[in-house]
Design a protein around this ligand. Sequence first.
Ligand SMILES: [Zn+2]
Length: 235
Amino acid sequence: MPLSPGIHYLTPTVPIHVLDAPEPGPVALIQAGIHGDEIAGVHALEELLEAGLHPQRGRLLVVPTMNRPAYRARQRAAPGGLDLNRCFPGDAGAPERERRLARRFMDLVLDERPALVATLHESMKRYDPAVTPSFGQTLVYGVDPVPPLVTRAVARLNDARQSEQEAWSPLYYPVATSSTEVIVDAIGCVGICVETWMGFEEARRIEMQKEVVAILLDEIGVLGEMNVKSFGGEA
Ligand SMILES: [Zn+2]
């Protein structure tokens, strides 16, 4: 059953914000901090929530920090733990915290059926088409052909970039065991991994993550163009 509006908890320290619009529409799910050393998306989602981020149509689900112990350690995985991004679809009876959390998240996705699932990541390596893998800065997708939403969002990001260095590219990079692809396989949503480049200073990466989120939410139809600019994106 879908969640009621408000804040729910996947674990005692992992809140999920459930925001309903006055008008019906699609469901979008945005999460960050599945890798604890990639912090820009975590801070971007917290800042957007503090600024009053709210959908104009449909429902918006926000999980600012998926892997709290990893985030506290500022490590990809929690000390001694597993890579949460490789634990999907998870297992409610598993001894590992990460597999149990993945299962809770997967059940949520199956109940809510989001049209868009975006996971906010960061990458040390500058994107170079000749170097595989390299991700900063890309919108990564795992299906062929490219979802039109990805093409449109990249074009808008590049229109708004402050320098050539800030260029964005779409990147087809299927990883069958990643959380996003397990979810896409299960429900057929648009699944995107957002990757900012860690070569930029933290404050700028946070701004760019906010911009990506605003544009993705507008493109899927929950945010509405009037709100895009106020939440960091160029309309
Ligand atoms: Zn990551």
